[in-house]
Design a protein around this ligand. Structure first.
Ligand code: GDP
Ligand code: MG
Length: 673
């Protein structure tokens, strides 16, 4: 495990330490996870970062462990091992502080190359707020010593990093002078060190545009001394405690972590940022912090966005199936708005700490991704609403058109209003603020379909109504027509046509009354009326056909004949006597009856103007949309063709002859008596 086994008995994750850069100058892949284990991942800017620099075996690790309760390795006195190069990190115990123990920064003393020293200085300055410079009291004033070389490196590197932008990278250099005996007061040591630092600063070869910059433009300096750890153990402990307070307590008057030292890397981005910085440093590339910040922002904003989107997708998934199955999901809009707001809130909380340009760009991307997930749900909901509203409309129409006494137009407009109202309410609920979604187009489609359905209903209803009127018409003409045809008076057709005309006029009037509530068009009305006329005529013709079928008409003729031949003028049955003029009576009755055949043969009123009151054009021209074929009105006026009339005449003659023979026989019989 990259997380070292603990040596001091602590078992909680908070006290774990991590070698973030090993002696092969490799950066750990585990820092991000470790920061999380330390419980600092969500600290935002609410953490501090401090690093320690100094020669080997000057008690750096010891100091850090005392100050921050950390668990860095301390050199074992009895073994005096060579410490490896590298950077270790711990979390301060009970403090939101990341502490870096930079080992092996005294290559100069050991005659090694200063490569690592330079790199770790760059690395530390790019992230830390406070650099602790740890040195023995006796190292103070050794201008040529290892510490001075280290500081020269720090200054140079800092100029490269923050040279142009003074506001962006102020850092505190805290000098901790160890084994301070007390003979030389701290103030003197401080003066000596300050003078040395300024001399180093002056000696730096600065770019021309930074020529006038002073050390204090970039660094705050602070000095403290600690007594000998063994010789004045008590005083050492109490001084360490004092110093600890200055790190740990923001209320302390000389609190060390001033806000302006913060490098403004959100805690959840520290790992990525440090790794990138180290990579740049390692490959000796120019370290451009604004670019690094932007890279960090891109990486982190993407990550944060991905997490927010994943949670969001999980939520959205729950309603995808019902919507796809055609259900109108109750409160879908509310849910969608909540998911969307939640995702954005999550994103904003973490991502807004990063580079603003990047944060905003990625936010727009996220928003587009969220909306592209929601949009099909919205459209599906609209589609389903459309369908269910239309179904409800149809049902309501059918229910409303049940039975008698409804007003079609009222039923339609009530159902229509409810349908569109229901759609609009549902559609508005499904909308999400901040999108350009609209439901109006779908509403237009729905309106069109509602109109189509209403239209079809109207046509069906009209059809039903015409059928009903037709049935009534048939009932009304039945008896008068029967009567007239039986009587077969010379003005038989006048009576029949008059009845037809009157009954049809009534039927038309009753259609028009009802049609008003159907909002029928002029065209529809005239078509329905024409249909009605044609049906009426056909009904009349049907009635006539029924009454003039062979057996029926022969019956009528027979009855007519009998009435005249077998009964006298008083309606009394005749008993023929030999002196009676059977032949004359027979001829008269037969001729009068035969006259009826041409009367029945053609619909021909005596008053010929009556024929012109017939709606001949309607009857002939209308192609009946309710069913029916071309109709020859002229032909329909003929009941019997000539051939047919002849045939009937023949048949009737034969029957009449039989009556004659019977009459003759009856007289013979009466003589015989
Ligand atoms: P580092 O290499 O700078 O991290 O130093 P260490 O913390 O490992 O300490 C090196 C040695 O110095 C150890 O044996 C410590 O016990 C000892 N030491 C630590 N602090 C002090 C101190 O304040 N004064 C003296 N004289 N020795 C110390
Ligand atoms: Mg150490």
């Amino acid at each position: 495990s990259p997380v070292n086994a603990l040596t001091n008995g602590h078992t909680s994750a908070a006290s774990e330490r991590l070698q973030i850069i090993n002696d092969e100058k490799k950066f750990t892949p585990d820092l991000s996870a470790q920061i999380e284990r330390w419980g600092l991942r969500d600290a935002g800017f609410g953490y501090n970062l401090v690093a320690v620099f100094g020669s080997q075996s000057t008690g750096k690790s010891t100091l850090l462990n005392r100050l921050f309760g950390t668990t860095f390795d301390v050199m074992d006195e009895t073994q005096r091992q060579q410490t490896t190069k590298g950077i270790w990190m711990c979390r301060g115990k009970g403090m939101n502080i990341m502490v870096m123990d930079v080992e092996g920064t005294d290559g100069r003393e050991r005659g090694e190359d200063q490569d690592f020293e330079r790199k770790s200085a760059l690395f530390s300055l790019a992230s830390s707020e406070v650099l602790i410079i740890n040195l023995w009291e006796h190292q103070v004033g050794l201008y040529q010593g290892a510490n001075m070389g280290l500081l020269k490196t720090v200054f140079e590197v800092n100029l490269g990093l923050f040279g142009k932008n003074v506001n962006n990278g102020r850092t505190l250099l805290l000098f901790v002078i160890r084994d301070h005996i007390g003979q030389t007061p701290l103030a003197n040591l401080q003066a000596t060190l300050t003078a040395d630092l300024n001399r180093i600063w002056e000696s730096l070869s600065k770019p021309t545009e930074l020529q006038d910059r002073k050390l204090s433009d970039y660094f705050d300096l602070s000095f403290t001394a600690l007594p000998h750890k063994i010789l004045s153990a008590d005083k050492f402990e109490s001084e360490v405690l004092n110093l600890r307070t200055r790190f740990a307590n923001p209320e302390a008057p000389d609190f060390l972590f001033k806000p302006e030292y913060h490098k403004r890397i959100p805690a959840d981005g520290v790992a990525f940022y440090m790794e990138n910085i180290w990579e740049q440093v390692q490959s000796n590339k120019d370290l451009d912090l604004p670019t690094q910040q932007e890279l960090l922002a891109q990486f982190r904003c993407d990550e944060i966005s991905t997490v927010a989107l994943a949670e969001f997708n999980e939520q959205a998934k729950s309603q995808r199936r019902p919507v796809e199955a055609g259900r109108v999901v109750d409160g879908l809009g509310e849910m969608m708005r909540n998911w969307r707001t939640d995702a954005l809130t999550r994103y904003d909380r973490d991502a807004s700490r990063y580079h603003q340009g990047v944060y905003k760009r990625k936010r727009a991307d996220l928003l587009a991704a969220l909306d592209s997930v929601l949009s099909p749900l919205f459209l599906g909901q609209l589609k389903n609403l459309h369908k269910t509203c239309l179904v409800a409309f149809k049902k309501e129409m059918l229910d409303g058109l049940h039975g008698e006494g409804y007003n079609f137009a009222d039923v339609v407009s009530a159902a229509r209003d409810r349908c569109l109202g229901r759609f609009e309410t549902g559609a508005k609920e499904a909308c999400v603020e901040g999108t350009d979604w609209s439901w109006e187009d779908e509403m237009v489609l729905l309106k069109e379909e509602v109109a189509l359905v209403a239209d079809q209903c109207r046509k069906d209803e009209t059809k039903k109504m015409v059928n009903l009127i037709e049935r009534n018409f048939k009932k009304q003409i039945s008896e008068p027509v029967d009567l007239a045809l039986n009587k077969a008076a010379p003005d038989m057709w006048d009576n029949i046509l008059r009845t037809f005309k009157e009954t049809l006029d009534k039927a038309e009037a009753s259609y028009l009354v009802k049609a008003r509530s159907f909002n029928c068009t002029e065209e529809e009305n005239s078509h329905a009326i024409a249909t009605l006329r044609k049906r009426a005529w056909q009904a009349l013709r049907g009635k006539i056909d029924e009454q003039t079928a062979d057996s029926v008409i022969l019956g009528k003729l027979r009855a007519h004949f009998e009435e005249r031949f077998r009964y006298d003028e008083m309606g009394v049955p005749r008993v023929w006597k030999p002196e009676d003029d059977i032949d004359g009576a027979f001829k008269k009755a037969k001729d009068e009856t035969l006259e009826l055949i041409p009367r029945y043969s053609k619909i021909e009123p005596v008053d010929s103007s009556l024929a012109y009151t017939l709606p001949a054009d309607s009857i002939a021209d209308v192609s009946d949309s309710f069913g029916g074929e071309e109709y020859d009105f002229g032909a329909s006026l003929t009941i019997f063709t000539e051939t047919k009339a002849l045939e009937l005449t023949q048949k009737f003659r034969r029957e009449a002859d039989a009556y004659y023979v019977e009459a003759k026989r009856s007289t013979v019989a009466s003589i015989a008596q």
